[in-house]
Design a protein around this ligand. Structure first.
Ligand SMILES: Nc1ncnc2c1ncn2[C@@H]1O[C@H](COP(=O)(O)OP(=O)(O)OP(=O)(O)O)[C@@H](O)[C@H]1O
Ligand SMILES: CC(C)(CO)[C@@H](O)C(=O)NCCC(=O)O
Length: 426
């Protein structure tokens, strides 16, 4: 059975945040109180949770042939460079005519729903689940480095024996193909990662009333809470857009309409760069702790600011004193590293990577004359600092012409799209 050793819902985020900040607040001092920072994260989560969850007309979108129901069709996976995402469709099993499969399905459900945490890194994102007319789509994620244990925890032995094929996307669908065949006699049915990503994203933008959101910006003041996007009735206004997927690396897609897209750019400075550098430069070993630390840190102990160079603002060109002139620039001088805490370093890394993603996004939106950028990928998972920084930067650079949009199902579109592609009958 899965072991319970880690939780990630709002209450647990609060608990682990408090535990973490108790540990670190004595090490350094910051201007903002822990409660302010915690409240911001909680408010964001609560606002997203309150967005409507029901996909209308879901059965129009996806028609599962009930005669063909088997355990294989209820799962889809996206195995990426850092994280493995799993979709599980908890459907109405009345139509199953095979009693053995019914029993296995029930034991699978008991296994999956007995906990929200599986092994060392697995979690079920309860508040992201989507109700449909005939069931509910569930979202689970694991670290890719634990994918082999993850499969055994989720499917368990008697279930694995009854699975012949799993639909799968992401680089891991190639990398682990041989492993699945040799160990479990399971065939991997591959789907292209960008085709899956866009199938999942476009489906939710179209059918889920509040999938995407933005932050309102007045001058330099950004709204506290995320604001759901509003589309016209036929949802045509979704297109065209730029999609910037921030996973381990960054992929930039120009999406012209539902069936036409091009990968126009990318960057090797992405989510795994952030987490990899956090591990190289600090004692922090989990992504969630790194995010919590960065909410606490003061990056002026790490970065060289315009004020450090000019002694104040650079007036002629409107560069304020507190603007970063050079990320990690302070460390170029002797005796500076000891003054920076792990939290300061996490904050500097987070903002540095986010800024770079923002620039790549902005320049590509300009290049293709697009006014809307959607950001997806798990780097943005609960990452309010990065989302707000992206929203502000895009607004500032484009003088308000281009808007950044964020997505409730962040890094799950590839797995969801694979599930749809595998089960779509029209
Ligand atoms: N619990 C976590 N553990 C590790 N990284 C996490 C976690 N939560 C969020 N992340 C961030 O999400 C990133 C991975 O995002 P995502 O799952 O979208 O990409 P991926 O599919 O693994 O990568 P790629 O598409 O490039 O192969 C990590 O690099 C890290 O920045
Ligand atoms: C290799 C992929 C596509 C795997 O998802 C992704 O990590 C990525 O787009 N990386 C950036 C590659 C580039 O520099 O364009």
């Amino acid at each position: 059975m899965p072991t319970i050793n880690k939780s990630y819902n709002i209450n647990n985020e609060e608990k682990s945040f408090k535990k973490f900040t108790n540990k670190t607040t004595n090490e350094h001092s910051t201007g903002s109180s822990n409660n302010d920072i915690l409240n911001e994260v909680i408010k964001h989560q609560v606002a997203l949770k309150s967005f409507a969850r029901i996909i209308e007309n879901y059965e129009d979108l996806i028609e599962l042939d009930t005669k063909q129901y088997n355990l294989d069709s209820l799962f889809a996976m996206d195995i990426g460079g850092s994280l493995c995402k799993i979709i599980f469709y908890d459907c109405n099993i009345e139509n199953f005519d095979n009693n053995e499969i019914k029993e296995l399905f029930n034991s699978l459900k008991n296994n999956i729903f007995s906990t929200e945490d599986y092994g060392f890194s697995g979690i079920r994102d309860r508040y992201k689940s989507i109700k449909t007319k005939n069931g509910c789509i569930h979202f689970i994620l694991f670290e890719t480095q634990r994918v082999k244990n993850a499969v055994e925890l989720i499917f368990q032995n008697d279930i694995i024996k009854n699975i012949k094929q799993i639909s799968c996307t992401g680089g891991g669908s190639y990398k682990f193909e041989e492993y699945f065949r040799e160990h479990y006699d399971i065939e991997i049915k591959k789907y292209d990662e960008f085709k899956s990503l866009l199938t999942g994203l476009n489906a939710l933008l179209k059918y889920s009333p509040n999938e995407s959101y933005h932050y309102k910006i007045d001058n330099t003041i950004i709204s506290d809470k995320p604001i759901p996007d509003v589309y016209d009735a036929d949802k045509k206004s979704i297109f065209p857009y730029l999609l910037v997927n921030v996973g381990s690396g960054v992929s930039v897609l120009h999406v012209k309409d539902e069936n036409t897209f091009e990968r126009v750019s990318g960057s090797g400075i992405g989510g795994a760069t952030f987490f990899g550098l956090v591990r190289a430069l600090t004692n922090i070993n989990s992504f969630d702790e790194a995010l919590q630390a960065s909410r606490e840190g003061d990056s002026s102990n790490v970065n060289m600011l315009v004020g450090d160079i000019y002694g104040g603002e650079y007036q002629s060109f409107n560069l304020p004193a507190e603007m970063v002139a050079s990320f990690f620039g302070k460390f170029a001088k002797n005796g500076t590293m000891d003054k920076a805490s792990d939290a300061d370093i996490c904050n500097a890394l987070l903002v540095m990577i986010t800024n770079n993603v923002g620039q790549v996004a902005y320049l590509n939106a300009m290049r293709y004359n697009l006014t809307k950028i959607y950001f997806s990928g798990n780097f943005l998972r609960s990452n309010v600092i990065a989302m707000k920084a992206l929203a502000k930067a895009i607004h500032f650079w484009s003088h308000g012409e281009i808007q950044a949009h964020f997505l409730k199902h962040e890094g799950y579109f590839g797995a969801l799209g694979t599930f749809f592609l595998n089960n779509l009958s029209k």
